[in-house]
Design a protein around this ligand. Structure first.
Ligand code: ADP
Length: 124
């Protein structure tokens, strides 16, 4: 499946991307032409993390990732679900926290679209 990378300036607080698709994409949501996932830099504060308070990260892992990301950058994007224009992250918790602690404004994400039903499934 083809992915494409979309660079969003790191100082951008709000952003919009428009793309045409026969499935009728939400305004402002990046879409691949195939409807598959896209790789995009998203502002950290645009990603909701509903399970954040129930799952503790390993501080040692976070520190190692911080050191590595500082040196070589994020090598594997985190998975993000987009539902009705809202972004949700359920995994990639250590990478997300490492970015937060490094004070990075954006994080590279692999975004796939889902429905409210998909979201409910993740929250179960
Ligand atoms: P997470 O909760 O973020 O998934 P894990 O410790 O389970 O944390 O996995 C870390 C992941 O981060 C691995 O899949 C690894 O390939 C990926 N990764 C991406 N960028 C880096 C990097 N710069 N240094 C180390 N691991 C990285």
């Amino acid at each position: 499946m083809a992915n494409f990378v979309l660079k969003v300036p790191s100082n951008l607080r709000t952003f919009s991307v428009s793309a045409a698709s026969s499935n009728g994409p939400s305004p402002g949501v990046p879409q691949s032409q195939s409807g598959g996932p896209v790789i995009v830099e998203l502002p950290i504060d645009k990603i909701r993390r509903p399970l954040m308070r129930t799952r503790a990260n390993d501080p040692g892992k976070v520190q190692e990732l911080m050191d590595s990301i500082r040196q070589i950058g994020l090598q594997v994007p985190i998975d993000v679900l987009e539902v009705d224009g809202v972004y949700y992250g359920f995994s990639g918790c250590h990478r997300y926290e490492a970015h937060q602690r490094l004070g990075l404004p954006t994080i590279r994400c692999k975004v796939r679209r889902g429905t409210q039903e998909t979201l409910r499934h993740h929250l179960r």
